[in-house]
Ligand binder design. Structure first.
Ligand code: GAR
Length: 208
């Protein structure tokens, strides 16, 4: 396939999702499970920037191809766009992926890339705000509630249009680990179905 142009799926065939993750991959696992029975999309590729990350074992166990990426090619090369295109990927799902997305990919997947953030953006977002750091900052600030945000990805950290948010309480005595667990439950419950909804809306747009 030609580099620089992204071929988008025929509306009658399943969308092919690439899940980008850097860590344990609990959200990646939920996405894989959910889309096993979805008529609209399938998880076709796992992209990871960290050798030995849990998400790579998940990919292997599930028989899903994975792509281990390195910094130089991602930020100063082709950003692996040809590999994504070759795998027929037409939608990117970030699930605990800790590198900024280069402009090459943002241009190639307009409104076809979403991220999940473990707080109620625009609060507690931006560079360095990921995982435990987010929950620690929420507790430090004495917030009464926190939550999750699913949003489109643009060239700035945690900045794209918000698609979905839902909140949960922060309780007396909560530790970052307790908050992380509560947040993970919300993420696992909502992320797969929200991604499916976005992908279904694309289909609508394609047909219009
Ligand atoms: C998730 O809570 C996700 O929201 C967060 O990383 C965790 C990954 O967990 N992402 C960020 O903080 C991005 N700024 P997982 O590897 O178990 O899915």
């Amino acid at each position: 396939m030609e580099t620089g142009k992204t071929h988008f799926t025929d509306p009658m065939t399943k969308h092919r999702l690439a899940v980008f993750a850097s860590g344990a991959g609990s959200n990646a696992q939920k996405l894989i499970d959910y889309f096993k029975t979805s008529p609209f999309a399938t998880v076709a590729l796992i992209v990871c920037n960290k050798a030995g990350a849990g998400v790579l074992s998940i990919a292997e166990k599930e028989g899903i191809p994975s792509l281990l990426i390195e910094k130089e090619q991602f930020f100063r090369g082709n950003a692996y766009l040809p590999q994504l295109q070759e795998a027929g990927i037409d939608f990117l799902v970030l699930a605990g992926f800790l590198w900024k997305i280069p402009q090459v990919l943002i241009s190639a997947y307009p409104k076809r890339m979403v991220n999940i953030h473990p707080a109620l953006l625009p609060k507690f977002g931006g560079k360095g705000m990921y995982g435990q750091y987010v929950h620690e900052a929420v507790l430090q600030a004495g917030e009464m509630e926190t939550g999750i945000t699913i949003h489109y990805v643009d060239e700035h950290y945690d900045n794209g249009d918000i698609i979905f948010q839902t909140a949960c309480p922060v309780l007396d005595g909560d530790t970052p680990e307790v908050v992380a667990n509560r947040i993970h439950q919300l993420e696992h419950l909502h992320y797969p179905r929200v991604v499916e909804e976005v992908v279904r809306n694309l289909e609508q747009t394609n047909r219009d």
